[in-house]
Structures are given as C-alpha cells and as structure tokens.
Design a protein around this ligand. Sequence first.
Ligand code: NAD
Ligand code: MG
Length: 398
Amino acid sequence: MSQRVEQVVILGATGSIGLSTIDVITRNSERYSIYALAAGRNVELMTQLCVTHQPKFAIMDCDQAAKKLRENLAHISTEVLHGSEQMAQIAAHNDVDTVMSAIVGAAGLIPTLSAVEAGKKVLLANKESLVMSGQLFMDKVAQHGATLLPIDSEHNAIYQCLPHTLQQDAKQGLSQFGVSKILLTGSGGPFLTRDLKTLKDVTVEQAVAHPNWSMGQKISVDSATMMNKGLEFIEAKWLFACQAEDIEVVIHPQSMIHSMVQYTDGSIIAQMGQPDMRTPIAYGLAYPERIDAGVKPLDFATLTDFTFTKPDFSRYPNLALAIDACRSGQAATTVVNAANEIAVEAFLRRQIGFCDIYRVNAEVLEKSTLHSLNSVHEIMAQDAQARALAHECVSRIR
Ligand code: NAD
Ligand code: MG
C-alpha cells in the first residue's frame, strides 16, 4: 500500500530521544521523512545529522551555534535558523505533519505549544512543558484538534492499556469505562537500596548511571531523586484527565512493565517490553498502526526477578514534594519544575550536593507566591520567579 510520506520535525534532535526518533524514522523511511531538526548547542552532532538526513531546516538555540552550523552546511541545501521563535514557526509549518517534542526542560514549552496550536500530531516526550502548563496545554490540544501521543514510556504504556474511546478523549472520565486506577511504575533509580545516610555523598557519575535506561543527564538525575516520577505523576494527571487519588506509584526495579491500568472488575492491563524508548516512539509515529522499532521482544526464558514495592518517601522526598504540588495546583507544579531544573543543573555542575536538590526544591516552593496561571505569559512569570529563588538558594548552599 503506498501512502504519503509523513513530514516530521524533531525538537531536541541531538538528545537521547531525538536520536532514537531518527533511528526509528530511518528504519521506516518509506513512511517518514525528516523535515526539520532543532537542538541546543551541539553543532558537531547537528552537522552530522544534517549531512546524513538533509532536512529542509536546522534550528539551533542561539545565533552563535547557528552561524557555525551554517558554515559547516554550506555544501548542502539545509537552511539554518536559530531561536525558540523559529522553532515554533517551523513546528507549525503547513508542510509538517508530526512534531516530536524532545527538548529537555521548560525550553520545550513554546515550540511544543506552537505545534499544538497548528493542530499537528504531537509526540510528547518533553514532560516539563505539560507539568508547567497542564490545563492550558490540554485545552489547546482540544481547541485546535491536535493529536497528542505520549512518548514518556509510562504514559505511552498507560495509553496503550486504555480503551480506544479514552485514548481519543480521556475527559469522558476513566471511571465511565471501568478504569479504577493508574499504576505508574518506576525503577527507583540507582539508589533504591543505597544506605540512606550515604545519599549526601552521591556523585554526579553515580547519579546519572541509571540501571536500566540510557537517557539525557537531567532526566537521569531526576530518576535518581524520583522527581522524574513526580513530574510523571503530574503529567499523567493532565494526559488522562484524572485526579491525584487515581494514580499510584509502584516501584518495579526491572523496568519491564512500563505501567498498568487497573479496572473495576479486577483486571490489570500492563504494557511490557525492553527499556528502549524506540518502542514508544514507534508507537507514537505509527499510531494506530505498528511499525518496526528495532527493539527485540522480551525473552521470558531469561527474565529472573520481577518485583514490586511501594516507594519510600524518606528516600525520595522529591517524589512526595511533586505529588503534593500536583494536589496544590498548576502554580505549584510550575514552581517545582523550575526549581528542580536549576537545582539539577547546579548538581551537575558540582555546585551543590545530591540531597541539596530537594532542599532547593522545597525551599523555593515554600517561598513562592503562587498565582493563578491562565496564559503562557503568566506561566513564564511564575517560572521565572521560581528560577530566581532557586538561584538564590543555590548560591547560599554552594
Ligand atoms: P537530552 O539531554 O539527551 O537531549 C535534550 C535535547 O534538547 C538536545 O537535543 C538538546 O540540544 C536540546 N535542547 C536543550 N536545550 C535546548 C534549547 N534551549 N533549545 C532547543 N533545544 C534544546 O535529553 P533526553 O533524555 O533526550 O530528554 C528529552 C526530553 O524527553 C526530556 O523532557 C525528558 O524528560 C523526556 N524523556 C526522555 C526519556 C529518555 O529516555 N531519554 C524518556 C522519557 C521522557
Ligand atoms: Mg518515563
């Protein structure tokens, strides 16, 4: 069957998700073509990607990086642009069908919202944008008829375990379709069994070494603190139009089950697979069809342990903080997200310790004046205020 080739924009192309997306697209080049690539500052990798895939546009975060890239690409026809506004424009371009949102952090918000407003198929990996703008984001998805497909492996799993009607519109109410609970699984990260007294000594190298997943630095640290699960908790609330009470976090160290949906009749449906993001990416690209992701199925003969526990909030205070923020509302989740970005960055620069990440997040939330957020402008103002408080807190600690 011949079909039109889908034009894809990859925001965050040089990152872990970006590269996995390019891998899946390359395996299915009869169906997908790369229209544009956008990234932060990695000119060298971007040069390679552009030479190989010859996108129509390449967009870097800053002017300087764009200049260098333009020089490197003088021999090919890729047009080089820079800045968030240009990313937003390209993501909304008429010729574009699908946008992979895989910039890390709040920087992903504006281009992702732009894709939503243009009614694109949006593959959402950038959970931070939803954590910041939840209500506004989901309202815009509905208003502009965008198709939103969760790529975060847990949310992709939950999506796969939901009835079709709820996939199309979760606002119809999970309970109407017999869903009684969303079971959000998490590995517990590298410090699941580490002596609590030694957590303060955790190094950057130890924190970014996730036992099961290979990911960018920020999300790896978030997985070690389980702030990642906290952000995912908030993400699930918005994606599946439910309340904090409907979501339960389950620790499953092997990361084979990627999350589950529990039904009133006692059934629990789980989605399983290798911890490889190409599976959810392929699912999102091809939905509702299935394509090759280059991922081997699980081999049950070799699986040994398969265990589950409840999270210990004294080990993961950031998880508790994020769940509390989720209950409190959107201003609180925006604040926690912003503070956490600054705290993780400071930890990665070795300016503060591992346990200080929580200290910064908790202090910023406590000191913040929470506003009602009804526009991108108001969200960005709340975000900026929290970042300023977080910087202050970091300088005091270092
Ligand atoms: P990464 O650090 O590997 O890549 C981040 C990408 O964003 C890079 O291409 C970088 O150049 C780009 N970027 C950073 N700042 C930018 C800016 N200001 N403008 C434009 N581009 C910018 O991160 P990742 O692991 O690929 O994660 C990306 C997103 O996907 C995050 O939001 C993360 O939470 C989410 N996610 C990742 C995974 C995973 O397995 N890696 C799983 C689930 C969700
Ligand atoms: Mg995840």
